[in-house]
Design a binder for this molecule. Structure first.
Ligand code: FES
Ligand SMILES: [Fe+2]
Length: 386
């Protein structure tokens, strides 16, 4: 659905800061090289603690981070073949989470029925992914497509982000091109105009026109005679991740991991297609070029953004009742998508609970609490957001 691009005063509905995630998507949890063969690490997706391990064949698995025996965190254990072994009594769990050995049981003795929840896990684009929702809904296709990843001549810069803020705050920062003011000392962009805006139940597509000048413009090879260049920036939010491009200059895949109500992480892949070098040369200079570009081009911007996001969160936490005013319809569209996705999940999971008793296998921990939040909150954000 096409939306108006007129900037008009609109009131933000604060409940977007209190919603949970729709877990029926793939979420990035770590860079692939952070987990070596035979290692196990703890990760958290929206308050669910998960033990992620790489078996001796190199395959990645994800189990609930609680031993079904006494609750010891399984990430403290060790990997044996394709199993995860609890450090306390040595019970062994296969990738499905089933207890398949208790070291002090005689060989013939029947094992107790003890199972840790297992999560679909995958490895793609140098990132480890976990699907925290209903495993029946996990299909590999839902991991975002990153076509540039397989182009060895394209410079790729991986970037990690950590924010002490709710994921809605972090996501709004990415959609919000009107904050070039913040980056003025870095010679960021200026004169932003929202050109196009489209929204569906799971996506927002916005197109902005922005101008650049200064050192960055020169570095990116955008210099013109008067030193000012005007480009189109396209921002595509496809729940729960982003793909943003600057016409002919960069392509950024921004994968978001909501950790808790006040913590979000991101795993981003930045491609600079115009930095095209012979494949072999690129392989040699990549290790030098990557940290330089990351440090000079990206991190100073990110650090300024982080300060704003965290400040926003702190003010919200001090007074969740306070009302705010927004004028960018793209931000309101994004808020509607975040709320709709959450509502969709809450509805699906309550229907599922009514239909079948699958509570052992898939029980959304927060569905009761979520229903409460939704019931007591105002109507879904409407067209005007008022
Ligand atoms: S607590 Fe894990 S084996 Fe006993
Ligand atoms: Fe920014």
């Amino acid at each position: 659905m096409e939306l108006s691009t007129t900037l008009v005063e609109q009131t933000i509905q604060n409940r977007v800061r209190e919603i949970g995630i729709n877990p029926n998507y793939w979420y990035p949890v770590a860079w692939a090289d952070q987990l070596q063969t035979g290692q196990v690490m703890p990760i958290t997706i929206w308050q669910q603690s998960i033990a992620l391990y790489r078996d001796e064949q190199g395959q990645v698995h994800a189990l609930e981070n609680a031993c079904p025996h006494k609750g010891v965190e399984l990430h403290k254990g060790e990997v044996k073949a394709d199993r995860l072994v609890c450090p306390y009594h040595g019970w062994e769990f296969n990738p499905n989470g089933e207890c398949v050995r208790i070291p002090y049981f005689p060989p013939q003795q029947k094992l107790p029925c003890a199972q840790a929840r297992s999560y679909p896990a995958d490895e793609k684009y140098g990132i480890l992914w976990v699907f925290p929702g209903d495993p029946d809904l996990a299909t590999a296709g839902q991991i975002p497509e990153v076509p540039e990843y397989s182009d060895p001549g394209c410079l790729m810069i991986p970037i990690t982000g950590r924010f002490k803020s709710h994921f809605s705050i972090s996501n709004e920062n990415t959609m919000d091109v009107f904050h070039g003011f913040l980056h003025k000392n870095l010679q960021g962009w200026f004169d932003p105009v929202l050109l196009k805006l489209k929204q569906s139940d799971s996506s927002v597509e916005a197109e902005y026109r922005v101008s650049y000048r200064g050192v960055l413009t020169k570095f990116l090879g955008l210099s013109t005679q008067d030193g000012v260049t005007t480009r189109t920036v396209s921002i595509h939010y496809q729940y729960p991740h982003y793909h943003s491009t600057m016409e002919g200059v960069s392509s950024l895949y921004l994968m978001r991991l909501p950790v808790s109500a006040q913590e979000t992480r991101s795993f981003s892949l930045l491609f600079l297609p115009q930095v095209r070098l012979p494949k072999q040369l690129l392989q040699i200079i990549k290790p030098i070029l990557m940290p330089i570009v990351r440090k000079l081009l990206f991190m100073p911007f990110l650090e300024q953004d982080v300060e704003m996001m965290e400040s926003e969160q702190q003010t919200f936490s001090r007074n969740p009742q306070r009302r705010y005013v927004e004028v960018n319809p793209a931000i309101l569209a994004l808020q509607r998508v975040l709320i709709r996705q959450y509502e969709q999940f809450v509805q699906q999971s309550s229907q599922l609970e009514q239909k079948t008793d699958r509570s052992d296998r898939f029980k959304p921990r927060e569905s009761a609490q979520a229903l409460e939040v939704l019931a007591t909150s105002e109507q879904t954000l409407g067209g005007s957001g008022r």
